[in-house]
Design a binder for this molecule. Sequence first.
Ligand code: BGC
Length: 449
Amino acid sequence: MRPFVLLVASVAALGGLLFGYDTGVISGAILFISHQFTLSTRLQEFTISVVLLGCIAGSSVAGSIADRAGRRWTLLASGVIFGIGALGSALAPTVSVLLVSRFVVGIAIGFCSVVAPLYISEVAPANVRGALVSLYQFAITIGILGAYIVDYALAATGAWRWMLGLGVIPALILIGGMVALPESPRFLFKLGLAGPARDVLRRIAGHDEIAAEEQAIAESLQTAGAGFEIFRQPAVRGALILGFSLAVLQQVTGINTVIYYGPQIFLMAGIASNQASILAQTLVGTVNCLATLIAIFFVDRIGRKPLLYAGCAGMFVALSALSFAFAQTRLAGSLGTIALVSMMLYVGSFAYSLGPIVWLLISEIFPLQARGLGMSICTLGNWLANLVVSLFFLSMIQLLGRPLTFGIYAVLCIVTLVVVKRGVPETKREILEKISLGRGSSRAAEVTS
Ligand code: BGC
């Protein structure tokens, strides 16, 4: 892989770091914010979830903005919005200013969650595209872990303004990086700027043999329509249904119950002290990070589908074990250990499968003309499902009990396996446009590296 390509992907992946940091940091900060502003429970819940509302708003418009203004400018804008939101949160004199600022941060996360994987996927050479989009997921996991660590480190002083404000630093790097980086060659072709587009393609490839890729892009531009119209075409509609289902399944299999409520689950399992459960959560965050490396190394070698099969199966086993253990009163003594092991297996299995590969697939399966809008709709589904799962998790536990709640997530892993088996095309090492053009037929061209 050329250093230039790695640089481009790494800068764009900073969007993932901000995504992870800003969704994770509130779990620790909320304790001190509630104290400072004497928040009611309702207002506490709202302070936590307002960022998700921002994500929903941001992701619903990000695709059309990226299709008009370009991928690069949209990512740059998200860096600026992040910076404003983080500063606003850190300096908020009242709870209303804090809520508005967190909503603004959410808009920026919504932008990034659509455009960062889209940009990386359009810039990446076919044979390393999986690894580079997985790098974005890796950055999300580092952001989450970083947030746990910052929360833990600043907890003694209760410095919640610093917790929220530190997000400004990666935002500034993202802005600086995006000023220097080129626009996606595919977007330039779409604008009819063939000269600059070829220059970027050559810089990415490191040689002049870009004819095959250029022709595939040109074909894709000829066949497709524009706007929502394009989703009338059966193949594009099929891609939308598949992408949307995967994006929703990534959430309804329960990942953010562990990411957002991990310490509470550990307390339920009998890990008694706050400190021990936060430590256990840091372990889970570390496994989340490290297991993403498996995807980076293998997603372009053994392919997307085998990793998805293995990951969903692992998640199913872990959730079933958790559900079973919560149902057995005689296991009460060892519940803490069982919970820790199952949650590590669960998060680890997610981290090399549904985590990165859903973002990867939704950036791959649409033709160029439908990519921005298609990704926006899928990502919107992802954030809506995230909001529903995280809002209702504690109520589900109260209403249905722990065994049934985790049992439902386990069954949804099986549903995901079926969707993967029946719907997901193997896209490893194919030119982006061959994937979207080839859906439903067998016109797949293996790119030899
Ligand atoms: C998901 C997030 C989740 C994160 C955990 C991402 O792929 O979209 O909702 O918090 O993975 O690492």
